[in-house]
Write a protein that binds this ligand. Structure first.
Ligand code: NAI
Ligand code: PYR
Ligand code: MG
Length: 549
């Protein structure tokens, strides 16, 4: 990062990490050669945030708020994060889902500033040297995508950089990572989105997408280069296509400190929501049945963690499998399906044994009588009045989680789910929905999104210098997240905590994961901190206007 000792004048103001704008004191202005370069008045962070908020509110379109915020990010990082932290609930939908989806689609057209690092097939052999170009010699968190499946929007090539930027912003604003130690990355591994490559502003390679071993080779070189340059860095894989996501995770999970957020982070978040929703419903976890509409990386991640929880509660694998009913675009995953032998090993693991194929969701709801319906298809809206009414026929408070992002891809809206269930459903969606009022009663939808898990798991793991990330981190994180909502609120139907408390939530998750890392022997920081809560709290970065400058 830029070093204040070497810079003066406009070079200080042009450095996003050093710039404090009108927040420089008069002494600092003298020392740094800033006198006359700023209006006379010194401003407190509160006033700076207030002005930025006022400017933000003047925009009518969320995408313009996004552009404003990202410009601020590139000019005055501290102020960007201070605004974000103080208005988390309002700004999360701008820097993250749903608006980040528009930012991905328009990334090439909106492009102005550098915002991370890019690596491509043509960089093979020199990735380690390229990392020396990054301005910081200490990076603790990298979010890397290849834009293969961004949210539910499909293949967006290097436009996917916007999702890495968004997740890094959450790691810093809610997880406590210092932005000086965070890096968004986009791997340019081609794209099969021809409309994108034909666009004159597209910034990535025009090659078709790399696949299989060639794809894995580039990702592996990148990760090993990171491990060499930044030995304590966690790499979060984000929005890779499902087959690539599983291959990469399997190959690298023990070689570098890494996890896949769509598989593992989502798994833990939705498991926590399920634990609470079943408590609200009055169903024991051991008895539950869930239909998953969608059987990709995220659905398999959630199913895997539910299976682990049930097995940890004493069920056999066969009994646990009976809770999990996965549907893909061809219908129920069952071993009687004609294409069973061609299914991926991940899907086959959850195939129902001897069940008749069933391509229709309504028919499957009638057959299974599920307690919960999860949407992870990237295809919405698709849950109908009939589906919700069928759910209500056999369960008083059906769990309905349309988890696909952004909002346009949600399998059902909050309005429809509450209306069709007559206000009875226990609802959470991947993207935020506004409260719904029906016959004088107001229902507040929960947000079931991996943002509740990844910042805390990442921060906990890095803080204790975890050697690698075992699956048990996510079960531990899910349990910690579930217990944050008080019992009486759970009984009243609150499934997830409020987004406004996300810094405290991430801290709770980080503390649980850090403690657990010692229990399972993957922590490498010794001596172990005596007071883990105090240790994690102390490490969490907060955008103050003080510090070296
Ligand atoms: N709420 C959250 O925290 C998260 C949400 N997601 C969302 O989950 C969605 C899916 O992500 P992945 O699993 O990685 O994608 P994917 O592309 O691997 O999986 C999609 C699955 O849905 C199935 N599908 C698609 N259209 C269908 C249809 N019409 N009928 C039945 N099945 C259909 C496909 O066969 C596939 O099994 C995305 O929209 C993503 O934004 C992903 C990660 C986290
Ligand atoms: C939330 C997230 O990771 C996704 O929709 O892909
Ligand atoms: Mg994702």
């Amino acid at each position: 990062m830029d070093n204040i000792e070497n810079l003066r004048g406009t070079a200080v103001l042009d450095s996003p990490s050093l710039n404090k704008g009108t927040g420089f004191t008069f002494t600092q202005r003298e020392r740094l050669g800033l006198r006359g370069l700023l209006p006379r008045k010194y401003e407190s962070p509160e006033i700076q945030v207030s002005r930025a908020w006022h400017q933000l509110c003047a925009f009518e379109e969320d995408i313009n708020r996004y552009v404003y915020l990202e410009n601020l990010h590139m000019q005055n990082e501290r102020l960007f994060y201070r605004v974000l932290v103080e208005h988390l609930e309002d700004l999360m939908p701008i820097v993250y889902t749903p608006t980040v989806g528009d930012a991905v689609v328009n990334f090439d057209s909106l492009y102005r500033n550098r915002c991370g690092m890019y690596f491509s097939r043509l960089d093979s052999g020199v990735m380690r040297t390229m990392l020396d170009n990054w301005p910081s010699s200490d990076v603790e968190i990298i979010v890397v995508t290849d834009g293969g499946r961004v949210l539910g929007l499909g293949d967006w090539g290097t436009n996917g950089m916007a999702i890495s930027v968004g997740k890094v912003s959450l790691y810093c604003a809610s997880g406590g990572f210092d932005p000086a130690k965070a890096m968004p990355v986009c791997l340019d591994l081609g794209t099969n989105n021809t409309a994108l490559t034909e666009h004159e502003y597209y910034l990535g390679s025009n090659e078709s997408r790399l696949t299989g071993d060639a794809h894995l080779a580039v990702v592996t070189e990148f990760c090993l280069a990171v491990k060499d340059k930044f030995p304590n860095c966690l790499i979060q894989f984000e929005d890779f296509k499902t087959e690539d996501a599983f291959r990469i995770l399997e190959h690298l999970r023990r070689k570098v400190l890494c996890f896949n957020d769509d598989i593992q982070g989502t798994g833990a978040t939705i498991l926590a929501g399920l634990i609470n929703a079943l408590r609200a419903q009055g169903t024991s976890t051991r008895d539950c049945r869930i239909i998953f509409f969608g059987a990709g990386s995220s659905a398999i991640g959630v199913a895997t963690q539910i299976m682990q929880l049930l097995i940890s509660e004493g069920l056999s694998e066969t009994q646990a499998k009976h809770a999990i009913w996965l549907m893909d675009s061809k219908g129920l995953i069952t071993d009687t399906r004609e294409d069973y032998d061609n299914l991926s090993s991940q899907k086959r693991k959850f195939a129902q044994h001897g069940e008749e194929p069933c391509p229709d969701l309504g028919e499957l709801i009638q057959r299974v009588k599920p307690h919960a319906l999860f949407g992870l298809s990237g295809f919405g809206p698709v849950f109908t009045r009939e589906h919700i009414e069928l759910m209500c026929e056999h369960i008083g408070k059906p769990i309905v989680f349309p988890l696909s992002n952004p909002t346009s891809k949600a399998e059902i809206t909050a309005q429809d789910a509450y209306t069709w269930s007559k206000g009875k459903c226990l609802f959470a969606a991947g993207s935020p929905f506004a409260p719904v009022t029906i016959e004088g009663n107001t229902y507040v939808p929960g947000q079931g999104n991996n943002m509740f898990i990844f910042p805390g798991v990442g921060f906990g793991a890095v803080s204790v210098r975890a050697e690698y990330i075992p699956d048990s981190f996510f079960l531990c994180a899910a349990r910690a997240l579930a217990t944050i909502v008080p019992e009486d609120e759970v009984r009243a139907g609150k499934i997830y905590p409020s987004v406004s408390a996300i810094r405290a939530i991430s801290k709770t998750v980080a503390v649980a994961v850090a403690e657990h890392a010692y229990e399972v022997g993957v922590a490498q920081l010794y001596p172990k901190p005596g007071d883990m809560d105090a240790f994690i709290t102390e490490r969490m970065w907060y955008p103050m206007n003080d510090g070296a400058v």
